[in-house]
Design a protein. Sequence first.
Length: 614
Amino acid sequence: MELNIKDLFNVFLMGFRFDCTAIAYFLMIPLLFLLVFSPFNKFKIITVTRKIHQVLFVVLSTLICVVTINYFKEYGDQFNHFLFLALYDDKKAVLNTILVDFHPILNSLIIILTIILGIYIFNYFEKKERIYGLLSKINFKKSNYVIVIIFLFLFVSGIRGSFSSIPALRQYSGVSHDNFLNKTIVNPFRSLRYAIKDFNRLNKVGNKNPYMDDKLFKATFPQDKVTDVVRKTAQGPTIEKPKQIFLIVMESYDSWPLMDKYRPFHFSDNLTAIAKNGTHFSHFLPSGNTTIDSFGAIMTNVPNCGINLSHIGMAGEPFETSIFTQFKKLGYETNFYYGGFLSWENIGDLSKYYGVDRIISGVDGGGETDKGGWGIEDEKLFNLVMKNTDKNKYSLNIILTTSYHAPYTVDLEAKGFPYKSTDDFPAAMKKYYDGAMNLKELGHLWYGDKALGDFVRKAEKEFTGSIFNFTGDHFGRKFINSKPNLYEKSSVAYIMYGKSIPKSLNLTPGSHIDIMPTLIEMIAPKGFEYYSFGESMFTKGKNEGIAFGKMIEGNDLYYFPKDANIEKIDLNTFKEINLKKSNLELKHNKLMALAWYYTMKGNDLKAKKKTVKH
């Protein structure tokens, strides 16, 4: 999108306003000391206080700016409430990822040099008296009082970021037509403050429902229980009951490598071939922006509404919507295969709590992860699946991969990655590449696809009565260039493959909560009762897919950011526009409100004070 001078001016002006609010907080105590101690000539106290705050400003501003730049690089946004998932993450793996993938030496050097330069600049101006000389020339009756009042007025305006009645707030920051620029406007300190506020808003026990007020919620859901709202009855099987069902949740595997324009890169040849021989749902959204959020929604079938499942833990009753619980009613043994450690996000205990029969982890594949912090190589994980899945039993097997993740430790040359450098990319593809992803990252995307393809070729021979399901856990937060559109930085695929699965590209919208009802409606006997927040992807007339903060209706994808313009993209033309309002946000919030209630307050819709305790 082309920007005009007015847009750029508005961005810089609004950014300056937010910067003023942050600076004013560092000035608050020095200003107070100046007003209190200057009448008593205690200027040494004033000077020392000011110098301390100058150093604090330089150090803290440098640190938070470097951190937010790296965060923006990874998540395409400044600090948001996902920042606090690290509190519940594998600390060792997070640290290892930072050490390997986020250039700590380079960042440390930048921090040190910037701090030195900042302190030098303050020291340089320490004895300059130009402003003092100018102010001392102002001499009229009660001029000192006038100067103080003007200064206080400027300080108050600065801390508000405004001379008007409307302060600088996040909801007013989207002054540009360019979404990237809008995300850079809020000062990092304010961004962190908003992140804390959003996290508390969504996760605070006993808090009011953040998606719908209590009166409207009760009118919208007059039923006695949440399960009364989401109860469904199967219409009867459409395929022969498969012996084994494999649901592979692929780390960071988003939709863009499967798009026609990017296929000649050959990063996803295996999944592309599988998709052509099965059903490929391309208008599909992940339930969250992180692995645990999306996996939690797949496992429990409760939409991710911004609450970390491992944060809630096992205090309330297990969700009756659990995929494990409901498939056991259909006669399936339930298995969970995970390439990492079961301590990560407490995923082992959570899976058991929600009813899984057997868990196989990376420890079973060798006892240690392969150099990296997140898990064993995908092919070792798939070997565990082959070894531990009983071909004589009906089983649902959920597989969560880990290799396509920083710090990217797979030996790509040994695995046969075809590119030695980016110069080897097909000539027609080089126009799409601008260095936003490095060769190692792209190689791990390729490796995840290779391991998956090798597994399917083996498994379909060994488990002849099986069907396979593939989806990504979330957008990989990395893209072939620095300008992905809303679809490219949002969507993951859902692909079904195997016996009796039709060959088609299906444009029905959906999200992760629609996977379980799709499988149940395909295999369950007529009249089978189950609970699901989603619906089968083959439901006639299904026209929407809802995920946290996003929604697809028909051929339009919407993003509903907090206190900002709604983003919309037409999935036929890929034309993007911004909207002030959309009635679809109400539909999105309706689902999120019910999910939040079920997560935080339990199944009983008539309960007055019942809340989940942390």
